[in-house]
Design a protein around this ligand. Structure first.
Ligand SMILES: [Zn+2]
Length: 266
C-alpha cells in the first residue's frame, strides 16, 4: 500500500507534493495549459518565479507572525532592498498595503485565527491539498488575503461568458468552493469563506468580501467537468493539451502548419 504523502510547510510546494496531490493553483494552471503543468511535474520545466509572487509571499508573511515576516525579509534581502538599503518600489507598495490592513480593526478581526493551515481531502476521485491563510474554528470561518489592482476593475471571462470582477477572473470563487469542501471533510462543518482584499492603489483601497452560497455549485461542476482530462494527462494516459502561447509552449513550439491571419486575434 502506498503510504500517504505527509505534507508540511517545507514540502507543500514541492513537485513530489504536486505530483501526489491536486491543488487549486495546479488546476488553474492546467486549465490554462496542461502541457506546462505536466512538464513542471516531470521536472522538465521551471516556471520563472515572478517578482509578483515574492511580493505576495512578503505580504502574506506579515500577517502570519512577526517572526515569519522577519525570517522572510532576511532570506530575501537581495530582492527586497536596493544597494542604498531602501526597499524597492514593489515592497514599499506592499508595506503600505500591509499597513492599510493592519490599521483596520475589522479587517484584522476577519483575519483572526490559525494561519497558513494545511488540509487534505478527496474530491472527484483525487486527493487535494489546500493551504488556508486564516481559519477560525470558533466562528467556523476562513479568510484569504488577496491583493489586486482595483476592487472594481472589470475583466472579460470566457468561463462565465461575461465581464467579471477580479474575484471571478482569478478563480477565487473556485478556490473558496474547493476549500469549503476540503475543510468540511476535515471538520464536519461548512465554514464560511471571506476575502480580505487590498488594492495596489495609492493609498490602498480595501474590502472584506463574502459569498452568496449559490456561487459554489457552479464552481464544483466546473472542476468536475475539467478535472478528468487534467488527471488523465497527469497519469500519462492522455497527451497534455498545449496552449501554444505560454512561456513553456513558446519555448518548445515546432511549427508544422500555416493559419489564416483571421486567427491571429483571440
Ligand atoms: Zn502552454
Amino acid at each position: 500500500m502506498k503510504t500517504p504523502f505527509q505534507l508540511n510547510k517545507d514540502n507543500y510546494h514541492s513537485s513530489e507534493a504536486n505530483n501526489y496531490y491536486m491543488s487549486v493553483s495546479q488546476f488553474k494552471s492546467a486549465i490554462e495549459c496542461e502541457a506546462s503543468v505536466i512538464a513542471e511535474l516531470e521536472g522538465n520545466y521551471e516556471r520563472s518565479s515572478s517578482l509578483a509572487l515574492t511580493v505576495g509571499s512578503y505580504t502574506h508573511s506579515a500577517f502570519e507572525s512577526d517572526q515569519v515576516f522577519d525570517e522572510f525579509v532576511e532570506a530575501n534581502r537581495g530582492i527586497i532592498f536596493n544597494t542604498r538599503g531602501g526597499k524597492y518600489a514593489d515592497f514599499k507598495q506592499a508595506d503600505s498595503m500591509i499597513k492599510a490592513i493592519k490599521n483596520d480593526r475589522f479587517a484584522m478581526f476577519a483575519l483572526e485565527g490559525d494561519k497558513e493551515v494545511i488540509f487534505t481531502g478527496e474530491l472527484f476521485g483525487v486527493l487535494w491539498k489546500i493551504k488556508v491563510d486564516a481559519i477560525n474554528h470558533g466562528r467556523k470561518t476562513f479568510t484569504d488575503l488577496k491583493t489586486t489592482q482595483s476592487l472594481s476593475k472589470r475583466y472579460w471571462s470566457d468561463k462565465y461568458s461575461k465581464y467579471v470582477s477580479f474575484v471571478e477572473a482569478f478563480d477565487y470563487v473556485l478556490q473558496m468552493a474547493i476549500y469549503r469542501e476540503i475543510i468540511y471533510q476535515n471538520t464536519g462543518a461548512y465554514y464560511a469563506p471571506y476575502i480580505v482584499a487590498v488594492t495596489k492603489e495609492t493609498p490602498p483601497n480595501k474590502a472584506i468580501l463574502h459569498f452568496d452560497q449559490s456561487r459554489f455549485e457552479f464552481e464544483l461542476e466546473y472542476v468536475k467537468e475539467y478535472l478528468p482530462g487534467i488527471i488523465a494527462a497527469k497519469l500519462g494516459k492522455q497527451e497534455p493539451k498545449r496552449c501554444e502561447v505560454c512561456e513553456y509552449c513558446r519555448a518548445t513550439k515546432q511549427l508544422n502548419n500555416t493559419f489564416e491571419i483571421e486567427f491571429l486575434l483571440k
